[in-house]
Structures are given as structure tokens and as C-alpha cells.
Design a protein around this ligand. Structure first.
Ligand code: ADP
Length: 352
């Protein structure tokens, strides 16, 4: 079972994120309104010595959901249990987490939309009454086990708020949507993290990395590491704006921050589907990429940047998207190498 118990330093299982993840809420950059609301709630819970209300974070990957979830218990000075929705396949999988909870501690469930309904139903009484009634065994051997739990806070994170059922969503007292970051906020994150990585970075280089990071802190961290590798390997650790640009160009990160996969997605709609509309499944099959990757990681930034739009009939590339790809005339554009042409794109079956 993928389970982590963390009492000391709180970090995700992801080593790469670990060293750069802020440890306290006031080290976090941006998301000020969310920060203010949560700090008030944390302060009140601390003063009343009560558990904090359940919190749901939603938003695209890499925007700080796990960071908030791991900073909050530190502010409250309580332990955290961490689980992922996909690992909670049966009600009994919840048990170790729930029995380990301490008074007012936090249970964090990442990707909470992946929890099956059978497990979700057990969470309702756990969240509402701090109680769980489990049926163990089957048939004549079945018996019910009633357990009283310590009061706790559930923090859920999801990239797909729309996939959560109403009853589960309604049981969260706080629902916070995390937004993309401004260039200024990302520049600040890059500079702070450069210090943690013992890099000597100038303002222009930090801004260049921020500009090419799709408004997402996790991507900014990755780009920063790529630039550091490049500077170490090719420039003896020297870093200038020119070196930063060369590094990012070499990693095929373009001026808008799109990488190979983002461009391939745009090109597939533009060239294979003649600009769209194209159904997400057809796009995924053509690119040979999982739909989740496209909807969770690729599309949010492209939609927000108006490079692509979602209509009821499917995805369409915009004029801005075509300009970015340097395509002047769709009808004259060549099909993608591994694409092939499709004459009748299916209607969009993805309703998120
Ligand atoms: P999510 O859970 O939403 O996928 P994370 O919380 O894991 O995203 O964030 C990924 C990385 O981005 C973190 O390790 C951290 O370094 C950085 N990060 C995210 N949000 C912030 C923030 N508000 N301020 C500073 N760094 C951040």
C-alpha cells in the first residue's frame, strides 16, 4: 500500500519537488486570497483547539495543492497522513490511515477524484461524524465494525473537481481553486529556488525562465534545473541571459514556454484535423498519448493562453495558435509525420 506517515519534515513522495517545496505557508509565493482565507481558518482552529474544517484544493498539476496541504499541518503543529486516491481501492484500505489519525491531525488524499464510490461512501461518516461503520467479511460471516475516530481534517487535492460527486464535494468546508501564477510571482519563485540550489542567477535569466514556464511553479523548477545542468556541463557554472536562452532552446522550450508535447498537440489539431473541431479521444489516439495527460497537463495552459478553444464539437486551434506554429494556410499544411489524416473527427466526448 502506498502510504506515508510523516511527523517531522513534511514532503511529497516526489524527490524532485522535495528540496524546493516551501515548508511554511508564508514561504509560498502568490495565491494570496487562498493564503489569507486559510491562515484565518488555521488561526481560528488553533485558538479553539478544534480540527480545521475539511479542505478541497483543485487546479492543474504543479500549482501548489500538495504544498498547501503539507504546509497547513505545520502551521497547526499536527501530524499528517498522506494517501493517493488511486491506492484506496477498497474500504479496508482507508483503515490504516483513519486508525493512525491523532487528535486534530490531517489526512491528505491526493487525486481524490480517483477514489471509487464504495470507498467514498465510508468517507462521508468519517468526515461528518468522525465515525466509520465497516462491513467486514461476506455472507453469513459478515460483521459490522463501528469505529470512533479522532477529530481530524481531510485535505483533498484534485485536478478534476468536476469528477467529484456532489455529496463528497459538499462535505468540504473550504473549496479552494488554485490559479496559474503571474510572471512576477514565478520570477520570485525561480530566484528563491536558485538560492536553494546554490545558483547565482541574474534578474533577466530568472524572468526568462519564468516566462517559459507555462505559469506553473513545478515547471519553473524543472526549467531551472535544466538551465543549471546546461550551465554546469557547458559553461563551467556560468549563467547569463544568453546561456539561459540557449539552455531552454536546447530543451526545446519555446518562447511561450510550450514544450514538444504541447506543440505536438497543437500541430495535431492544426495539421491532422485541419484546425478542428476534433474530439479529445481522436487527438489522443493520433498522438498516442493518454487522455489524462492531455486534459490535465497539456490543455489547461493552452486553453488559458487562447491557443486552442473547446467547443461542444471538439477542440479547435485558434488563429493565435496557428500564428505560434507559423502556419499560414491550414489547407496547405502537411499532415504530421506520425499522424495521418482523418476526414471526420468524432464529436467531443469529453465533457469536463
Ligand atoms: P500540485 O500538488 O498542485 O501538483 P505541488 O504543490 O506539488 O503542486 O507544487 C509543485 C512544486 O512547485 C513544489 O514542490 C514547489 O517547489 C513549487 N510550488 C508550488 N506552489 C508554490 C508556491 N505558491 N510558492 C512557491 N513554490 C511553489
Amino acid at each position: 500500500m502506498n502510504r506515508e506517515r510523516i511527523l517531522g519534515p513534511l514532503d511529497s513522495a516526489d524527490d524532485d519537488d522535495r528540496s524546493l517545496r516551501p515548508k511554511k505557508m508564508d514561504e509560498m509565493v502568490g495565491q494570496r486570497e487562498v493564503y489569507e482565507r486559510l491562515m484565518i481558518a488555521v488561526d481560528a482552529a488553533r485558538k479553539r483547539e478544534e480540527p480545521l474544517g475539511h479542505i478541497l484544493f483543485d487546479g492543474p498539476p504543479g500549482l501548489g495543492k500538495t504544498t498547501f496541504a503539507t504546509c497547513i499541518p505545520r502551521e497547526l503543529q499536527v501530524p499528517i497522513e498522506m494517501a493517493t486516491g488511486a491506492s484506496l481501492r477498497a474500504p479496508k484500505d482507508l483503515l490504516p490511515y483513519l486508525t493512525n489519525l491523532q487528535e486534530n491531525s490531517v489526512l491528505f488524499i491526493d487525486e481524490i477524484h480517483r477514489i471509487p464510490t464504495a470507498v467514498e461512501e465510508y468517507l462521508y461518516t468519517a468526515m461528518e461524524d468522525f465515525r466509520i461503520d465497516l462491513i467486514l467479511g461476506e455472507g453469513v460471516n459478515a460483521r459490522t465494525m463501528n469505529m470512533t475516530l479522532k477529530p481530524f481534517t481531510l485535505i483533498g487535492a484534485t485536478t478534476r473537481a468536476g469528477m467529484l460527486t456532489g455529496p463528497l464535494r459538499d462535505r468540504f468546508q473550504f473549496r479552494e481553486h488554485l490559479n496559474f501564477y503571474t510572471e512576477q510571482e514565478l520570477t520570485e519563485i525561480v530566484k528563491r529556488n536558485a538560492v536553494k540550489l546554490e545558483m547565482n542567477i541574474d534578474d533577466e535569466s530568472a524572468l526568462e525562465i519564468a516566462r517559459r514556464s507555462r505559469s506553473t511553479p513545478r515547471i519553473a523548477n524543472n526549467r531551472l534545473r535544466c538551465v543549471r545542468d546546461y550551465s554546469t556541463a557547458k559553461e563551467d557554472g556560468r549563467l547569463t541571459p544568453e546561456i539561459t536562452r540557449s539552455a531552454l532552446d536546447m530543451w526545446e522550450v519555446d518562447t511561450l514556454g510550450l514544450d514538444r508535447l504541447d506543440r505536438k498537440y497543437l500541430e495535431t489539431i492544426a495539421r491532422v484535423f485541419m484546425g478542428g473541431p476534433a474530439g479529445i479521444e481522436a487527438i489522443g489516439h493520433t498522438m498516442n498519448v493518454a487522455l489524462d495527460t492531455l486534459t490535465d497537463e497539456v490543455e489547461p495552459f493552452l486553453l488559458r493562453s487562447e491557443l486552442v478553444i473547446r467547443s461542444p464539437r471538439g477542440r479547435m486551434v485558434t488563429q493565435k495558435g496557428l500564428d505560434h506554429l507559423g502556419i499560414k494556410d491550414i489547407s496547405a499544411s502537411e499532415p504530421d509525420d506520425d499522424g495521418g489524416s482523418v476526414n471526420h473527427p468524432e464529436p467531443d466526448s469529453d465533457n469536463q
